[in-house]
Design a protein around this ligand. Sequence first.
Ligand code: FAD
Length: 402
Amino acid sequence: EQPIVVIGLGHAGMQVTALLRQGGCTGEIIAIEADATEPYQRPPLSKKFNRPDHLEPLKPADFFTGQRIEAIFDRRVVGLERQSRRVRLSDGTAIGYRKLVIATGARAVVPDVAGFELAGVQTLRTLDDVAVLRKAAVPGAHLLIIGGGYIGLEVAATAAAEGVEVTIVEREAQLLARTASPRFAAEIERMQRALGVRVRCATTVTELQGGPQVRAARLSDGSTVAVDAVLVGVGVVPNSEPAVAAGIDCRNGIVVDRSGRTSDPDVFAIGDVTSRPLPDGSRARLESIPSAVEQAKAAAAAILGEAPAPLEVPWFWSDQCDHRIKVAGLLDPARELDVFIKRSGEPDSLTVLHVAGDQLVCAETVNSAVDFMAARKFIKDGRQLDRRLLGEPDIPLKDSLL
Ligand code: FAD
């Protein structure tokens, strides 16, 4: 029998190989990873790049031998041959498959602006990318962060705590423009400013100057800022090229069903590379570990012939210094929702609740593990909320039921 082949050993790929074995798959499993490094956690790269323990392996060193998984590192899959059920590798070899799981993730976008090729300008996705940040993480250095998304904000918080002079430049009128409500983004901006970070929204970088090392950035308001390093965090694109070329349905990611199945029933896709269904019937490309893990579980179950589990409420976390951010549910900017505020968590907590009638749609929390846990449960179970109790900031969400 042909093996199960997994492409990519990031958060999603590692999880699916482990679950296939745990679930009783006894046949051959082969995993192909473009990177030469043993799989590691990505979240610490932005949160503690300044510390030696920013490298956290995803599994113990003996994982592959222990689980009888053949892992091929430093080799890239360059083509899918669906007729003959084979993947083609960068070294010219081919591997046949019975089932294929594409877990190739996403890569950082580099804007097409003059100077972005200068030394000291860096995106952040892999371990190698951290070197520039580590070099810049010295008191008094000037770090410019382009993009006020989660990665930029995490790097900003850690660098500012080291005494780095940090400026965030964000094109939109608020931070976290793609994911957060204006109320929540305002709170995050307040937190960042309290850490000493300069935040400039509705501003873009028109040119980076210097050579070979980046020295200055020109901004859209005509000003110039001195910089020693630049972190670019303006989003990612899915690594879906081999799937696109093979004729698999892709629209902003590989289109999958709740089991991770693509338009080819023998090909699955999981993680950041996918456009996945959500519990409310919509579809999105989520960039989060909880989603990658959920999809890995679903794909493993389908390959093992088990029934699919219900879709989970999407959730996400981010740490910015001492601030623990957790979000349950997704916001659709096109949908008008009522907003309620709670401040019943730990000191310096804030919960922004987005409610339709008596139903919770999304909860954005800082330093409030209890509100976050209640929110996940209430959204999942469709619990009825009491709007009068919701309006009391000191009453935790868990005590705001009808
Ligand atoms: P990845 O982890 O990117 O893995 C994909 C793998 O596929 C890579 O190892 C890549 O080398 C390999 N690959 C790609 N193309 C090929 C090919 N053709 N052949 C072979 N191999 C290939 N999420 C959270 O929920 N919370 C956080 O706090 C958080 N922090 C983050 C911080 C940083 C700095 C980054 C970059 C991301 C963070 N994320 C966080 C997002 C999270 O890391 C991703 O959602 C997650 O890694 C997705 O897993 P994945 O397996 O789909 O992709």
